[in-house]
Design a protein around this ligand. Sequence first.
Ligand SMILES: Cc1cc2nc3c(=O)[nH]c(=O)nc-3n(C[C@H](O)[C@H](O)[C@H](O)COP(=O)(O)OP(=O)(O)OC[C@H]3O[C@@H](n4cnc5c(N)ncnc54)[C@H](O)[C@@H]3O)c2cc1C
Length: 381
Amino acid sequence: MDLAFGPEGDEFRATLRDWLADNLPDGLDDSDGDPDELFERRRVWNAALFDAGLAAIDWPSEFGGRDASVLEQLIYNEEFARSGAPGPVNAIGVANIAPAIMTLGTDAQKRRLLEPMLRGDEIWSQGMSEPDAGSDLASLSCRATRDGDRFIVNGQKTWNSLGHRADWCQLYVRTDPDVAKHEGITCLLVDMRSPGIEVRPITTIGGSLDFAEVFLTDVEVPVDAVLGEVGGGWHVATRTLGFERAGVAKLALMLRENYQRLLDDAGPSLRADPINRQRLVARYIDSEILRLLAQRTVSAAMHDRMPGAEASVIKLAWSTMEQRVAETAVDVLGIEALLGPWGERLAGSRSLTIAGGTTEVNKNIVGERVLGLPREPKAKG
Ligand SMILES: Cc1cc2nc3c(=O)[nH]c(=O)nc-3n(C[C@H](O)[C@H](O)[C@H](O)COP(=O)(O)OP(=O)(O)OC[C@H]3O[C@@H](n4cnc5c(N)ncnc54)[C@H](O)[C@@H]3O)c2cc1C
């Protein structure tokens, strides 16, 4: 980002850089090692971040953050990217679930749940998707039936990131099948050790265990585990915005990092080849476009304009550009590159156009809300 940071920003950057230099241990990105050990090392790192007040600087200070300005968030993202320091282990929890709890949760929920989430002592997953409800989340069918002061939950969730490690799940269930489908959904904060929950890890094409399927059979969940209102689950899912308003900058920084890796791996001789030069320039242009898109969004956030449909534009651009840089790496470095980290990046990048809203769905949003095209026809039946 080329934004003016001023003396206060410079001071914050220097403090952060010194702290990272003194405290960041080796071995936090060792993807060849034992994944459980790596996860534990990252948890210890997460606790160190928490103790230094650096786990989520965008969070309000009453919950362990530092009420950071957009500029400080930008500097934080840049310095973490520069040093290769990972953020908190509960990425979805800290960015998405916690803001919902802070905004809509009871005092008891905030007191009990937020600190262990931010410190990484308790792991969170998000249970939205089901085998027959992904993009069309409102059609979810995992059922919760009221029985006195508890709900009895039955159903299945899938693609729960960190589901196999989770202590808690932000679970979306159908509490009323007789009203319009968006109105019959409730969000529950579920203890994953509850009897009746079975978690089956899913192994990805890259061989890692990133997600799980979750099966719920007669699981008892107390009514005080409802987040927001009974029947207000759609509101929880769609209305809670995270505090981190410089998050898009991370995407541009990640893409730039991968582009730089590709340049380094290619070395002078492959870079000098005229066809490779054209390929690499195309990826450079991608990364510049994303940097400018991110800068525009961050600038809007600094002027208190809420991000709108441009978030979809950035998601679309970033996910396809990450796929292109991995494909270009194999074109430039040759087929052997598939055996190393570029093979993992190429396989992993396929998920980027699915997670957090698919490319097709984002194109619909851009078409309808940015370009003002006619709405997508609804399927009959
Ligand atoms: C890395 C990763 C992490 C994830 N983490 C989680 C998680 O933690 N918790 C969770 O609940 N879920 C998670 N998911 C699931 C994710 O939210 C869903 O995969 C996503 O919403 C798409 O749903 P689906 O897979 O059921 O595909 P579908 O919705 O069935 O889509 C299938 C195809 O149809 C297209 N399509 C669907 N609707 C339309 C439409 N209206 N117009 C045009 N095309 C359409 C889609 O673009 C896609 O190509 C994760 C997924 C990935 C890849």
